[in-house]
Design a protein. Structure first.
Length: 255
């Protein structure tokens, strides 16, 4: 996403009402594209209706993933308006949907809960510092460097993620992309989503990234120590085997 794309999205007017899709274990950020699975009948109905209409839905995270039929009290009231990119019917019968976050919104009032939650919403814009804010830009550069370091050290993250981060032009999208992919609890990601000031969000994100970098360093040291211990044990075991074999051969020669 480019700064031009972001400006275009910011100018888009949100509809007054939207169907609300609640997600388990996922917080959607503006600009980010994710696949989701819709196992509930209500969710499938919602997605089909929206896909046949304007393809826009309000996406919110559940407070408790164990709730099977979440009501208003079970979901966060700030989420992200999303556009349905593609709906896929999988061989196992599940429905997978590719969605892209557009902009933040807030639930004002629930209009209906059947056949799914529909509510009045309002725009919840984010305040961004100017392009010439040198301190903000310096933290952005730090976020990029630390994120690339995490990707380099973590074998579970595909190397393509480095390419993506290096080519992100929009500062806001960089913040959202990193927040979406960082190994955080749902309530921590929700906390980041709800921060309306980009500078404050960036500073909070930076503390999480520094913590993640420290954890990876500690894990790397522990793995290194375990590896050294295993090599020592292996070496001792091999030496004992060699000694036993040597004694056996000597016993054969003497006999």
């Amino acid at each position: 996403m480019t700064p031009e794309d972001e400006l275009e999205i910011s100018k888009e007017e949100l509809p007054q009402t939207l169907p609300i899709l609640s997600l388990r274990n996922t917080v959607l950020f503006p600009g980010v594209v994710i696949p989701i699975t819709a196992p509930r009948d209500k969710s499938i109905r919602l997605i089909k209706d929206a896909n046949n209409f304007n393809k826009l839905i309000g996406v919110v995270a559940q407070k408790d993933e164990s709730v099977e039929d979440p009501k208003l009290k079970d979901i966060y009231n700030i989420g992200t308006v999303a556009k349905i990119i593609k709906v896929l019917q999988m061989p196992d019968g599940n429905t997978t949907v590719i969605i892209q976050g557009k902009k933040r919104f807030e639930i004002e009032r629930v209009i209906s809960e059947t056949p799914y939650i529909t509510s009045n919403i309002k725009d919840n814009p984010e305040e961004n510092p100017g392009k010439e804010n040198s301190e903000f830009n310096a933290i952005i550069d730090s976020i990029k460097d630390l994120s690339l370091e995490i990707i380099k050290r973590n074998p579970n993250i595909p190397s393509e993620a480095s390419f993506a981060i290096k080519n992100i032009e929009s500062n806001s999208f960089l913040i959202n992309f990193v927040a979406s992919n960082l190994n955080l609890q749902i309530f921590e990601k929700q906390e980041l989503l709800e921060i309306g000031d980009a500078r404050s969000k960036l500073e909070k994100l930076n503390t999480y990234i520094e913590k993640e970098t420290s954890l990876i360093s500690v894990e790397k040291k522990i793995r290194g120590r375990v590896k050294n211990q295993m090599e020592k044990i292996f070496s001792i075991t091999q030496n004992k085997r060699i000694k036993v074999l040597s004694l056996d051969r000597l016993d054969i020669i003497e006999n």
